[in-house]
Write a protein that binds this ligand. Structure first.
Ligand code: NIG
Ligand code: FE
Length: 407
């Protein structure tokens, strides 16, 4: 091992699921990890630990399961209010689309978000982020999209940045100005897209944007409008991703793939052309079973075609107040298996390494030397249990950037 100035810690008696290498799950039943500062320095079978290893700290994990930290790569965590009354209306027969067209849905959360103070937005988002961390999340994506004005989108993105700083986890901030039509622009969707494209350079200059997203849908924005947002992102060198093919097939995934999208998300209505375009572009398919469940959807995403085309599949909570008030990445993994027939191993890859890829992050999601020291310790005998239990949190410890998170 090369000399390091960073403080070195040995984590021994670990049942490792590294997700690296050719064997299923990358298992080491008698494993050990050595972290140096924020990075993993060594990982493998304990019997192969380098001789003469000097460590500053040591933890005995008593045979507990260790996996890469979970990556929740699609959330709308920052917003005001909640939408339980809308849930009741939907149970009485109103559809999500009807409510949205009548000015409810996303627009009601926009009003609550604009009315909330920065402190209130932070406090509510912080509580939600802590719930995710308690289930092993070490990297989180947060989208804007409930401000819909330069002022309010910036406020939400600043809250996302503050979450990353104060909770010591990685937060990727995605600008989703093209989420819904701002009320000031009623009947003028193209003018609203002009405004979104104008705001982007200012938000980017403030360091608030890691990627740009849009909602390409009959109740969202057209492919032509989505294209204009992506052109603005491309001019700034920002990567794009897209809410695509959630409620209908509008060709959004193929459009996004044409811009080298990091990911296309939802995808229940994705067709063969979209799959092929995503495969060519290397875009990740982010599946969101929480929204599928909560909207009582029946159309399944084309998982077999995605597998066939080698499109990496990720799983996320899509936490948002309208279609997925879910704060459990483990439940999302479970639902990905029950509804979409992913294998438990695919679900764990989907919530770790493929989710990291959906955020453009290559330094996490696997346990391997050189990767970030982000991992979770579980009360489980085998990693297939993570997608098996639901309504139970087997997470014992969370380590992010080499530091243990108080939970
Ligand atoms: O990912 N599809 C659009 N955006 C969210 C829903 C937002 C809302 O209803 O508040 C989603 O499902
Ligand atoms: Fe979403």
């Amino acid at each position: 091992m090369t000399p390091t100035n960073a403080s070195r810690t040995l984590w021994r008696n670990a049942h490792l699921a590294t997700l690296a290498g050719a064997s299923p799950w990358g298992l080491f039943a008698q494993g050990a990890l050595v972290t140096a500062g924020e990075r993993i320095e060594w990982v493998g079978d304990a019997s192969a630990l380098p001789a003469g290893l000097v460590v500053q700290a040591e933890h005995d994990l008593h045979g507990a399961l260790v996996t890469p930290g979970l990556v929740d790569c699609h959330t709308h965590l920052v917003y005001g209010g909640q939408r339980a009354a809308e849930f009741e209306r939907r149970l009485q027969g109103a559809s999500y689309e009807q409510i949205a067209r009548a000015g409810g849905g996303i627009r009601s959360t926009v009003a609550a978000t604009r009315a909330a103070s920065d402190e209130a937005l932070f406090a509510s988002a912080r509580g939600r982020a802590l719930a995710l961390i308690a289930e092993g999340v070490t990297t989180l994506e947060v989208k804007s999209g409930y401000g819909l004005s330069l002022h309010d989108e910036a406020r939400c993105l600043r809250v996302a940045r503050r979450l990353g700083r104060e909770l010591a986890l990685t937060v990727r901030a995605t600008f989703l100005g093209a989420h819904a039509l701002a009320p000031e622009f009623e009947g003028r969707a193209d003018a609203y897209i002009d405004a979104v494209c104008e705001w982007l350079p200012a938000l980017h200059a403030e360091g608030l944007v890691d990627a740009v997203d849009a909602f390409c849908e009959t109740i969202g924005f057209t492919p032509a409008q989505t294209r204009r947002v992506f052109d603005a992102a491309q001019r700034l060198g920002l990567p794009v991703k897209l809410h695509a093919e959630q409620l209908s097939d509008s060709g959004g995934a193929a459009l996004a793939a044409g811009y080298g999208a990091l990911s296309c998300d939802h995808l229940e209505h994705l067709g063969a052309d979209g799959v092929a375009a995503m495969a060519r572009a290397g875009s990740v398919a982010v599946l969101l079973p929480g929204a599928f469940y909560f909207l009582h959807e029946t159309k399944l995403p084309p998982v077999a075609a995605l597998r066939e085309a080698d499109v990496p599949i990720a799983i996320a909570t899509d936490h948002n107040p309208g279609t997925s008030p879910c704060l459990s990445p483990l439940l999302a993994m479970n639902m990905a298996c029950t509804f979409f027939r992913l294998t438990p191993e695919e679900a764990l890859h989907g919530a770790t390494v493929n989710a990291a890829r959906a955020l453009g992050l290559a330094d996490r999601g696997l346990l391997a030397a050189g990767q970030r020291a982000d991992f979770a310790v579980w009360d489980a005998e085998h990693p297939n249990e993570l997608a098996y239990w639901f309504g139970r949190n087997p997470c014992l410890r969370v380590v992010a950037g080499g530091k243990e998170r108080a939970r």
